[in-house]
Design a protein around this ligand. Structure first.
Ligand code: UDP
Ligand code: MG
Length: 319
C-alpha cells in the first residue's frame, strides 16, 4: 500500500499574531511523520483564511512562497469557523487520502496528529480528537459546554463527548459527507452520521499561544442552537407534550372556575387569573420561538446558497 497523502486543514480568522508561531509547528509534525514513513512526502498544510481583515492572508502567501508544504485558500468574506472547515475539506477531498482539521491557535496538542494517523493506518476512517479535561476553559465555558453535550444527548443528537473539530477524516468518509447538503453546519454532529469505522484519540487542550478567541459567547450559542436544531426534532415533540399538559391543567382550571362561580367566589380571583395568564402566555411564546427557530432554518436551507465561496488561492495550490 502506498503512503497516505495528508492535508492538515487549518482555519484562520484574523490570526496574524498566531500564524508565525504555529505554522512551523504544523510543518515539523508533517516532516516527522514523513521521516517515520507514515505519510506521503508531498503532504501539506492547507490554511483557510476565513475573510480576515488583518495580515493573515499575506502571511499565508509568504509561507507558501517559502515552502510548498504550505498552501492556502481564502474565503470571499467571513463565514464562520464551520464554513471555513467545509471549504478546506471540500477543496482537499480530491487531492489527498486523509485530512486532519485543527485550529491554528496552538490550543490543540498537535502531537495527537501522529496518533490519529496511526489509528487511520489501523483501519479507522474517522478519528475524533477528544479533550481529556477542560482545565484550560473558563468556568462559564466549561459548564455551558458540558451541559450542552448532556442536553444534546438527551435530545437525540449523536455527538462524541468533549470532541470539537480536531478530527481526522479519510477520503471515503469525505466523499460520503459531500452528499450532506445542509447550510447550517454542525460538523461534530454530522460526521457521526456519516458512519464508517471510527475511533477516538485523547489530547490535552491548552491556552492560545497568542491573540484572542474569535468565538465570543454569541457565536458559541449560535453553534449550539445549530447543533440542536440541525440534529434533532425532539424540541418540537417536547412542545407537543407541553401543549397536552397545559391543556389538561386548563381543564382543571375551567372546572375550578365554574365551581367558584356557583359558590359565589368570583371577585377575589384577580391574582390567580393573572398568574395563569402570565404562565400560559410565557409558555406559548417560548413554544412559538422554538417553532420559529425551525421555520427560520427551513427558510435558509431551501435557498441552497453556497456554503463557501473562494476568492483566492495561493499560487502553489495546484502543485
Ligand atoms: N475561526 C474562523 N472563523 C471565525 C472564527 C474562528 O475560521 O469566524 C477559526 C480561528 O481562527 C481558529 C478556530 O476557528 O483557528 C477556532 O477559533 P478560536 O480559537 O477563536 O475559538 P475558541 O478556541 O476560543 O473556542
Ligand atoms: Mg482556540
Amino acid at each position: 500500500m502506498s503512503l497516505p497523502l495528508l492535508y492538515i486543514i487549518v482555519p484562520c480568522y484574523n490570526e496574524e499574531e498566531v500564524l508565525p508561531i504555529t505554522a512551523p509547528l504544523f510543518h515539523t509534525q508533517i516532516l516527522l511523520l514523513i521521516n517515520k514513513g507514515k505519510i506521503a512526502p508531498d503532504s501539506r498544510i492547507l490554511f483557510v483564511d476565513d475573510g480576515s481583515t488583518d495580515r493573515t492572508w499575506k502571511i499565508i502567501g509568504e509561507l507558501s512562497e517559502i515552502d510548498d508544504a504550505y498552501c492556502g485558500i481564502r474565503q470571499s468574506r467571513n463565514r464562520g469557523h464551520q464554513n471555513a472547515l467545509v471549504a478546506g475539506l471540500m477543496e482537499a477531498k480530491d487531492r489527498c487520502d486523509i485530512t486532519i482539521t485543527v485550529d491554528c491557535d496552538g490550543q490543540d496538542d498537535i502531537t495527537a496528529i501522529e496518533r490519529m494517523v496511526d489509528a487511520y493506518l489501523d483501519g479507522a476512517d474517522i478519528v475524533y480528537g477528544v479533550r481529556n479535561d477542560r482545565k484550560s476553559d473558563s468556568f462559564a465555558k466549561r459548564h455551558s459546554a458540558q451541559s450542552f453535550y448532556r442536553w444534546m444527548k438527551r435530545l437525540g443528537g449523536e455527538v462524541v463527548y468533549n470532541h470539537a473539530d480536531y478530527r481526522l477524516v479519510d477520503r471515503r468518509a469525505l466523499d460520503a459527507f459531500a452528499d450532506f447538503g445542509e447550510v447550517h453546519l454542525f460538523l461534530r454532529g454530522m460526521f457521526p452520521l456519516v458512519g464508517f469505522k471510527s475511533t477516538t484519540v485523547e489530547y490535552t487542550r491548552t491556552e492560545r499561544v497568542a491573540g484572542k478567541s474569535k468565538y465570543p459567547f454569541r457565536k458559541s450559542l449560535g453553534l449550539a442552537l445549530d447543533g440542536i436544531t440541525g440534529l434533532s426534532v425532539k424540541p418540537l415533540r417536547i412542545i407537543m407534550f407541553l401543549g397536552v399538559l397545559v391543556s389538561l391543567l386548563s381543564v382543571v382550571g375551567i372546572i375550578w372556575t365554574i365551581i367558584a362561580h356557583f359558590i359565589g367566589h368570583t371577585v377575589p380571583g384577580w391574582s390567580s387569573l393573572t398568574c395563569i395568564l402570565c404562565f400560559v402566555s410565557g409558555v406559548q411564546l417560548l413554544c412559538l420561538g422554538v417553532i420559529g427557530e425551525y421555520v427560520g432554518k427551513i427558510f435558509t436551507e431551501v435557498k441552497h446558497r453556497p456554503r463557501y465561496i473562494i476568492s483566492e488561492r495561493t499560487e502553489n495550490f495546484n502543485k
